[in-house]
Every structure is written in structure tokens, then in C-alpha cells.
Design a protein around this ligand. Structure first.
Ligand SMILES: [Zn+2]
Length: 489
């Protein structure tokens, strides 16, 4: 274990001095963790100290690390990227002496700036290797360049997180039902799974009936669980799978699934419940985003998201005034991913557009030492997106089995204008659906949703434009579904 101790030490020293991290030190940490589990059946006592494990750190030390990380990241960005070089030339702010109190004077970086000119954010001291494109459900995709070293580091982090967070072991098989063109998440999922010794299947976002057949099929592999045990997917594609499973009368016992991880979209409470019932598996949703990798957030048992302080700096700001959101208020996630984890695309105060609510008081949970927000409530697209959030709409409509999944809806201005109660338009299979409408109105009122009224549409063409979802990125297959009838009874 001498080598591990040495890599741990080098890693720790690199963090404290913001020096470049050697990918092979991280790889060694991940490899030794897997070897420890293979030999002893469980991780060692010091695994809480591994990168990304959010171990408790002395608050004084954390403040110092934050101060140094912000300064080092700002200095590197101002020196090595065209965008921040120009920005800081016009600012009366020296990155070399930046203090946390000055941080609010660094302008927030809008998403449109990165989308318009990704190369302006690429460090001239780095070697761009892979362009990751976001799925761009909010419009044009955003391109983010990553270096080989960043990718190797992030793969080591995801391996550690797969083994310790997800509990992945060699008997498991992970199926990935995400878009096959999203290279980066696919690469991380495949590499971390196989490095943990587990098996990996790429399903893609194929016809849901075919995906269910593959998930239920016996694998027949020696030493492995008989069926796929883990599924990684987006909330909307999970919704499509739930719909198919419910309609064709699949049930939990048909699958060997233990865990479903959902990312990238809002996972509503009723969808989580229906997926748990349909597949007999735990369903969890974390927060990861291409632009801020390897930063992200983990859910706790009290329903917060807790954001890592190790890989980046979180702020929650009002989407319009960019002032800090008060406790109990709603704002958007603004994030600064730190060097040395990031060395290629550098971003300072990046406005993700993701809406969260801050807890009214200090959280009292197992992750209370990490900054907490609510789960992601939706995406900021204008005042309407906070009058009623995407999460509130999905919690309302995805609880109704009559509403086809993934739910198609739109919000438009109500009679009182953009800040007043909104009108909800929802696609349903047939009209009149008076029972459904009555139930939705009743539940919306009980939940205190700021809706002026609910309009049901049978014809999708008559529905105002809806937000695209990832399940829309359907991948074609030459297979056809054999038996369209009910699967089991
Ligand atoms: Zn919590």
C-alpha cells in the first residue's frame, strides 16, 4: 500500500498548492481501491479521504483552499484564455491578489458567451483532445473542450464514485441508456464501470420496448448477476420506459435491476415512485453538467443536493440581478470549476441556468458540511420558469397515469401577465378528460401552484411549443418488437 500512500500524498500536495495533478496518481488511487475491495470485500478505512468523497474538512482549511483555488483559477484563466484575458484587461482587478471578498466583482459568464465562441475559453497552455457537445435541449448545443489529462482524472473520479457511491462490484452489469453521441458521459460510464470490474452494455436511446427486452434478458455470464443490475439514463427516457413497462404489464420481478441513476433532467417524485414500482429498483438523481465537470452534487437522505467544494465553487444568484439569493429563496446555479482539475476549458462564475431553492436554515443531515440546495427545479428561461417551475409541473402531471410519458406541456402567460399565475397546457390522449382535469386542478390548488388555469390538448399541433426532452433523441434500430401484447400477468 506504499504506492497508494504516495499517490494520496502527491494528490493532497497538488491540491493545496494548486499544482497540476498527475493523472497516473489518480488512476493508481482508483486502481488500489478496486484491488482493496477485491481482496477484503470492502473499502479501506481511509477511503473517505479519497478525491470526491466529500470527507469532513476543517472549515478553516476549507476557506483557505477556496481562497487559493479561486485565485489560481482566475489567474490561469486571465493569463491563458482569450475571453478572460480581454475581460481582465478592462477590469480594475488583479487576479494575483484576488481575495474572496473581491469575488463578486468578477463578471458572471453567460452561457451564450461559451456557446458563441468555445475556443475563447480554451487555455493556450493546454492540449484540447475531445470536444464534448451538450445535448442542447435548450437550443444550440454548447461545445466544451477537454484535455486528455482532464479526461483521465475524471475517469478516476468516476471510478472511485462508482465503487464507493454506487457500490459497483464485479458481479454487476451496467446498462447505459443515454444518447450514443454524447461521447463524454458515455466514456466516463464505460471506463468507470469496467475499471470497477463490472460489465457494461450501451443500449442507447432505442425504442423503449426493445430496451425493456434487453434489460430483462438473461445474461448467462459466469460469476455475474443473471440480468442487468444497474441502469443509467435521463429522466425523460426513464419516463418512456415506465410508460412502456406499465402498458405491457411488466413488473419488478421480470428485471434484475438494483439501481437506476438518472441525470441531466428533472426527476419528479411521482416518476421516481412509478419507476421504483415498475422496475423494483432504487432510483436516484445526482447533478452533473458537462461544462462544470468534475464538479457536481449528490443527493442526501433529506432531499437536498450537496455540492462538492473540492472541485469547484458554488454560488446561487438571482437570474436577473445576479445578486446572491437569500436563504429560502430561488436562484440559479453559478459555478466556477477549479484548476488543476480543469486545465483546458476554463470558466469563471459560469451561469448554468439551473434553478434551485436555498434551504431556509442550515441543513441538519449527513452531508450538512457541504453546501446544500434543493434538487434542480428546472431551467431559467424567463419569469414564467419561476412562477411555476418544471419540477412543480412534473410533480403534478406525472402522478396521473392517463398523461402519456414523458409528459408534454407548455406554460404561457396568464391573464395577469408574465409575473402573474401561468396557464398550463398539457397533451392528453383523448378529450374530454373532465375527470383528469378536475383532479389536476384540485391537486394544483392543494399544492399552491401559481396556475391561472389548465388547458388540455388532444392534438399536439395545437399545443404551444414544448421544451424538447432527451427521450426525443431516439436512436433507430433494425430490430422490431416481436410481441406487442401484454408481457406478463
Ligand atoms: Zn442534506
Amino acid at each position: 500500500m506504499f504506492a497508494t500512500a504516495l499517490s494520496q500524498l502527491r494528490y493532497g500536495a497538488a491540491i493545496l498548492t494548486n499544482r497540476r495533478i498527475r493523472p497516473r496518481d489518480l488512476e493508481r488511487l482508483a486502481r488500489d481501491l478496486v484491488a482493496t475491495i477485491a481482496e477484503f470485500g470492502e473499502p479501506g478505512e481511509d477511503s473517505a479521504l479519497l478525491p470526491g468523497r466529500a470527507g469532513q474538512v476543517d472549515p478553516q482549511l476549507r476557506r483557505e483552499v477556496t481562497r487559493r483555488s479561486l485565485r489560481a483559477t482566475t489567474r490561469t484563466a486571465a493569463r491563458h484564455t482569450a475571453y478572460y484575458r480581454r475581460l481582465f484587461a478592462a477590469l480594475d482587478l488583479d487576479p494575483a491578489t484576488l481575495e474572496p471578498e473581491d469575488w463578486a466583482r468578477v463578471p458572471v459568464t453567460p452561457k451564450q458567451a461559451l456557446r458563441a465562441l468555445p475556443a475563447a475559453f480554451v487555455s493556450d497552455a493546454s492540449a484540447p483532445a475531445l470536444m464534448a457537445l451538450t445535448t442542447g435541449t435548450s437550443g444550440t448545443p454548447t461545445a466544451v473542450w477537454f484535455s486528455r489529462a482532464e479526461m483521465e482524472g475524471a475517469i478516476a473520479f468516476s471510478t472511485i464514485s462508482a465503487v464507493l457511491g454506487l457500490g459497483l462490484r464485479p458481479r454487476h452489469t451496467v446498462a447505459y441508456a443515454g444518447c450514443s453521441r454524447a461521447t463524454l458521459p458515455l466514456l466516463y460510464a464505460e471506463e468507470s464501470t469496467t475499471r470497477a470490474g463490472a460489465a457494461f452494455v450501451q443500449l442507447g436511446t432505442i425504442e423503449p420496448a426493445l430496451a425493456l427486452d434487453r434489460l430483462a434478458a438473461p445474461l448467462g455470464l459466469p460469476g455475474r448477476s443473471p440480468q442487468v443490475t444497474h441502469l443509467t439514463t435521463s429522466a425523460s427516457y426513464l419516463a418512456a420506459l415506465v410508460q412502456e413497462a406499465e402498458q405491457r404489464k411488466w413488473h419488478g420481478g421480470d428485471f434484475g435491476l438494483e439501481s437506476i441513476s438518472v441525470g441531466g433532467e428533472v426527476l419528479s417524485a411521482p416518476l421516481r415512485r412509478r419507476a421504483t414500482e415498475a422496475f423494483g429498483a432504487d432510483v436516484s438523481s445526482g447533478y452533473l453538467m458537462t461544462e462544470i465537470l468534475p464538479s457536481g452534487a449528490t443527493p442526501c437522505t433529506r432531499g437536498h443536493l450537496h455540492h462538492t467544494t473540492e472541485f469547484g465553487h458554488l454560488e446561487v444568484l438571482d437570474p436577473v440581478t445576479l445578486e446572491p439569493t437569500a436563504p429560502g429563496g430561488t436562484g440559479t446555479v453559478v459555478h466556477t470549476p477549479y484548476v488543476p482539475y480543469r486545465e483546458c476549458t476554463l470558466l469563471l462564475r459560469y451561469a448554468t441556468g439551473d434553478l434551485v431553492r436555498l434551504p431556509a436554515g442550515p441543513p441538519d443531515c449527513e452531508l450538512a458540511h457541504l453546501p446544500a440546495t434543493s434538487e434542480i427545479l428546472g431551467r431559467w428561461t424567463g419569469p414564467l420558469s419561476t412562477v411555476v417551475t418544471a419540477r412543480e409541473v412534473l410533480d403534478l402531471v406525472e402522478a396521473e397515469p392517463e398523461v402519456p410519458l414523458p409528459a408534454r406541456y407548455a406554460l404561457t402567460e396568464g391573464p395577469e401577465g408574465p409575473d402573474g399565475p401561468a396557464r398550463l397546457h398539457l397533451l392528453v390522449p383523448r378529450l374530454p378528460a373532465t375527470g383528469l382535469l378536475g383532479r389536476l386542478e384540485e391537486r394544483a390548488a392543494a399544492a399552491g401552484l401559481r396556475l391561472s388555469d389548465i388547458v388540455l390538448h388532444e392534438d399536439r399541433a395545437a399545443l404551444p411549443p414544448t421544451t424538447p426532452v432527451r427521450a426525443d433523441l431516439r436512436e433507430h434500430s433494425f430490430e422490431s418488437v416481436g410481441d406487442p401484447g401484454p408481457r406478463r400477468h
